[in-house]
Design a protein around this ligand. Structure first.
Ligand SMILES: [Zn+2]
Length: 260
């Protein structure tokens, strides 16, 4: 679909198909790129996925439990984009695990607030921090403050990060700047066994404007030897990009990393 003269028609067809599958994408209003991408990945995974079969009864029950009663599927989408994390809630009084689950994810939503600047590692640290939560504790037989915690059990090969600016001023000059590395991003502090691939950035999706209107652009890294480097894409236009613009970018909306 990305080759030939009629890419625009192909994209229009994709948009129409998405509208037929979910009313959210039906009209011509601007939609949120992260919502769209998450949904398209899930549709492809459900459509192409093959059931994971196990002869171990306990394993099968665990898979069904973790997948909310549906059979587990494996597809090239899950192989590339899906990571897995282990979530647990622990009694704040005696440290007993009250409940736990495995959850797959195709991207992580990182929230920024009004702070002037964040590094990507600060946002990841904030995402995976232990949080207080009021919970009906099975051990104590009453509701009290417990601890919720998540660790990555299987990092994805392609890591998608969504910078959520939902409460932010939409003017570029007022947005929080998030700094992110080009090479060697690691998730190891947030993994169960302290192992993570080393990730390199290959694209950044940017957004100017409000949640309901505005304009999406992208920076992409081309690896072929003749035209190596970062390029800027805006609708049908593209040009070579300044590295400074790629990494000093208050409009950064989604970051795309790949494992080395
Ligand atoms: Zn308790």
């Amino acid at each position: 679909m990305w080759t030939g003269d009629n890419i625009k028609d192909h994209l229009q067809n994709l948009k129409e198909l998405a509208g037929r599958l979910d009313d959210l994408f039906l009209d011509d209003q601007q939609k949120e790129a992260h919502d769209f991408l998450t949904q398209v990945l899930e549709w492809l995974h459900l459509d192409l996925g093959q059931e994971v079969v196990t002869s171990n009864k306990e394993e099968e029950e665990e898979m069904l439990r973790n997948n909310r009663g549906r059979p587990m599927l494996r597809s090239f989408i899950s192989e590339l984009f899906y990571g897995c994390q282990h979530n647990s809630i622990v009694c704040g009084r005696n440290g007993q695990v009250i409940c736990h689950s495995e959850e797959s994810f195709s991207n992580l939503t990182l929230y920024v607030n009004t702070k002037k600047q964040y590094s990507l590692n600060e946002l990841l640290k904030q995402y995976y921090r232990q949080q207080d939560i009021v919970w009906e504790c099975d051990y104590c037989g009453e509701e009290h403050m417990c601890l919720q915690h998540s660790v990555i059990t299987s990092p994805p090969r392609l890591l998608l990060l969504y910078i959520n600016r939902v409460n932010e001023d939409t003017k570029s000059s007022h947005k929080t700047l998030v700094t992110y590395p080009e090479c060697d991003l690691s998730l190891h502090p947030y993994t169960k066994d302290n192992h993570s691939p080393s990730y390199n950035l290959y694209a950044v999706c940017g957004h100017q404007g409000s949640m309901t209107s505005g304009h999406y652009t992208a920076f992409c890294k081309i690896k072929s030897s003749t035209s190596k480097g970062w390029y800027y894409f805006s609708d049908a236009q593209f040009s070579r990009a300044n590295t400074q613009d790629v990494f000093f970018n208050p409009d950064a909306h989604m970051l795309f990393y790949e494992a080395k």
